[in-house]
Design a protein. Structure first.
Lengths: 259, 249
């Protein structure tokens, strides 16, 4: 590879000549992601108040253990420790999808690792390996988490369908709308994924002769333009959906029936 | 008439200092106008590289208030003129003098990327047929004016100085333009991983942010190339699928 003969200077941590408030964005990202991680971890360890009437929290969907009619695997085996809740057995999959997401990678490298803190701002470390060495080379399995995320969308769609049925009768509650909004935004986030864009057509150099593939690629590319927006909106709605079901289940909030 | 102060880097070969110049500014001026005015009135020996003054030659790249920009496309009314405006040379390349850097490393890198290799001609007269929809994707990459602002802002080059291992966003765009070209049958995926260091990019999108041509470098060039590397080296299912489908693209 070509070399640079003249030595270049390196900035100190946080050093920059930028005059704008460059630190606001990484700080906001840090607070947003840290807030979500703290709440999701707390909610995952609760193991209760994840169901209210026909509503099921997305953190606990699918319901692995429960009463024999609702749990996928029936009653909870006694050998599973009490702290291992359904959410803990589930959340690694959607969590892995977000952790390996191209958008989130770029933002949390800045906000959590200061690598770099922001564009043209000095970094704290001299050594840099990027995503070509362990552990960050594992980011390359993002598409496998995408496959799992697509399965979770089907499961969540079934939950939304169930949320329309109150004791066997059709109805719409505020919780139904909350879960449906969450499903729509999670779908937008998943279908705007960079890996999906590649898999549906990006891997090809030619689209002529494959009009359907071209249309699907264009559709995913169109959604991909707003991938960041969907990433944040869906992060908020998935946490709010859990909070809504939890608050209703605890009797703190009342679920408004619309129909 | 209003005045503004410009804090310009003066010196040779990495040694130097900022020097303040106050000059008159008028509506419609760009940073390069102010630099030329300072050059004409106060500092005749100020070295600055420029050519078209229209954002098409990519010569007047510099760092204005800490962000890589073209001096000819940065209007003064977009800057806070109540404080000195800093103008300094690009940091990712060896300094020559004042605002001028030696960007020849980029030319050497470009020569290392395997050239365009078209498939056999489609017609007996030695010509090819390409559908418009097939070239649309790579046309975006042809807008690049090689100003190297993306190279300058990339922290892999700028902060970690890994010029020997990483070709930078500009040449990942160049590689994408070749790799995704509907006529090209060359294969650069192995090189992208081993020689060109695509794994060093951590998707901060700074390159996209500074591109004066608005090329969506990260989303449309780098990430699709990363996905092609994943296809080849990290995804056994994809590899199997392509073997059974019996095609490269």
């Amino acid at each position: 590879m070509s070399q640079i003969d003249v030595p270049l200077s390196r900035s100190g941590f946080g050093q920059t000549h930028r005059v704008d408030n460059w630190w606001i964005q990484p700080l906001a990202v840090f607070l947003g992601l840290a807030g979500f991680i703290v709440y999701a971890t707390w909610a995952a360890f609760q193991g209760q108040h994840f169901r209210f009437g026909p509503y099921l929290s997305p953190f606990y969907s699918p319901e692995l253990f429960g009463d024999p009619h609702q749990g996928w695997f029936g009653t909870r085996p006694s050998w599973i420790p009490a702290w291992v809740t359904g959410a803990i057995l589930i959340l690694w999959a959607p969590g892995g999808f977000r952790v390996t997401c191209y958008y989130y990678r770029g933002t949390y490298y800045k906000a959590f690792w200061a690598d770099p803190p922001s564009c043209t701002v000095g970094e704290p470390r001299k050594k840099y390996l990027g995503e070509r060495a362990f552990p960050l080379i594992l980011q390359n399995i993002h598409r496998y988490f995408l496959y799992l995320a697509l399965v979770f969308l089907i499961i969540l769609a079934r939950d939304v369908w169930n949320a329309f049925w109150f004791d066997g009768r059709f109805g719409v509650g505020l919780g139904t709308l909350v879960l449906m909004t969450n499903l729509v935004l999670l779908s937008c986030y998943t279908f705007s994924c960079h890996s999906l864009r590649h898999l549906v057509g990006g891997f090809r150099d030619r689209f002529s002769g494959a009009p359907t593939r071209r249309r699907v690629y264009d559709c995913v590319s169109c959604l991909n333009l707003r991938h960041m927006l969907f990433a944040w909106c869906s992060l908020f709605t998935v946490a709010f959906s859990d909070l809504y079901v939890r608050m209703c289940s605890m009797g703190v909030w009342r679920d408004w029936r619309i129909v | 008439m209003a005045t503004a102060t410009f804090r310009i880097w003066r010196g040779e070969r990495s040694s130097g200092q900022f020097r303040d110049y106050t000059t008159e500014v008028a509506a419609g001026m760009v940073v390069l106008d102010a630099v030329h005015q300072i050059q004409a009135e106060q500092a005749v020996d100020l070295a600055v590289r420029w050519n078209c003054k229209a954002g098409k030659c990519g010569s007047c790249s510099a760092e204005i208030n800490g962000m890589p920009k073209l001096m000819c496309m940065t209007r003064l009314n977009t800057l806070a003129l109540d404080k000195p405006v800093t103008i300094e040379p690009m940091k990712a390349f060896p300094h020559v003098r004042d605002l001028v850097t030696d960007v020849s490393w980029n030319y050497e890198v470009k020569q290392r990327i395997p050239m365009f290799k078209p498939r056999p001609p489609d017609a007996p007269d030695g010509t090819w047929r390409i559908a418009q929809e097939d070239v649309e994707r790579v046309q975006e990459f042809r807008k690049c004016i090689e100003c190297y602002l993306c190279q300058d802002v990339c922290h892999v080059l700028r902060e970690h100085q890994m010029h020997e291992q990483f070709i930078g966003p500009r040449f990942l765009v160049y590689a994408a333009a070749l790799e995704m070209h509907p006529l090209d049958v060359g294969d650069r995926v192995q090189d992208l991983r081993t020689q060109f260091g695509i794994g060093l990019c951590n998707i901060t999108k700074c390159c996209t942010k500074v591109c004066p041509e608005g090329i969506t470098i990260t989303d449309n060039a780098i990430i699709p190339l990363k996905e092609r590397v994943v296809d080849r080296f990290f995804d056994p299912l994809s590899k199997l699928f392509r073997i059974f489908a019996g095609r490269k693209t």
